[in-house]
Design a protein around this ligand. Structure first.
Ligand code: PRP
Length: 209
């Protein structure tokens, strides 16, 4: 029998983790439920799953593997919205690779807060005449909502605490934590104030300069 690969959690993560909010098993159980619902809702239709980079990449990977029927996959990347500028609209930084006219789109988010990112994307993508667009988010933070967005599939309702892991970041770090945790921002300040460890010779592949 093959040995299961269990991701290890590095010590350096632990100082910034205040509390594990959703562990791996809980996340994967819920993702499995969402996948089965999506499969039964879309069976026999041309479904294109669209992950919104970067945060949703981990969730999207697990979600598509929990949908037994064949689905298409694409990713889109958008600029961060500025609530006071352009009415909070986002710009596309990396567009979808294929045409979406006539296809059923499932937009996948890791978290929805104000709703501005998804609201803006729904406007942009609906102009390309897909057959339908629905929204799936792992975490829904309703308390922070500024615009209403139609969420068909939601994993968990989340509180306003700062969350990292399973794709969620703090300054582009901690996305690789295998669980979702609340973050101790003071511990992060201490961590970044400490000097980097010297690079060990055995790790030295290339050093600039
Ligand atoms: C996060 C998250 C959503 C968005 C949700 O992305 O992944 O895309 O914010 O916020 P909203 O509902 O208030 O619009 P972020 O801009 O942090 O980029 P990232 O996905 O690269 O982490």
């Amino acid at each position: 029998m093959s040995k299961a690969l269990v991701p290890t959690v590095k010590e350096s993560f632990l100082s910034v983790v205040r509390e594990v909010v959703y562990d791996q098993a809980t996340i994967l159980g819920r993702v499995g439920e969402l996948g089965r619902r999506i499969d039964s809702d879309y069976r026999g239709r041309d479904l294109l799953v669209v992950g919104i980079l970067k945060g949703a990449f981990v969730f999207t990977c697990d979600l598509i593997r929990s949908i037994p029927s064949p689905v298409g996959l694409d990713f889109i990347s958008v600029s961060r919205y500025h609530p006071g500028r352009d009415q909070g609209r986002v710009r596309i930084l990396k567009d979808l690779q294929g045409e979406i006219a006539g296809r059923h789109l499932l937009l996948v988010e890791d978290i929805i807060d104000t709703g501005l990112t998804v609201h803006s994307l729904l406007g942009l993508l609906s102009r390309r005449k897909p057959a339908s667009i629905t929204v799936c988010t792992l975490l829904d933070r309703r308390d922070l909502r500024l615009v209403e967005v139609p969420i068909r599939y939601a994993g968990f309702q989340a509180s306003a605490e700062f969350l990292i892991g399973y794709g969620l970041d703090y300054r582009d770090r901690y996305r690789n934590l295998p669980y979702i945790a609340s973050m101790d921002l003071d511990a992060e300040r201490v961590r970044i104030s400490q000097p980097d460890e010297p690079v060990r010779d055995s790790l030295l592949v290339y050093q600039a300069g």
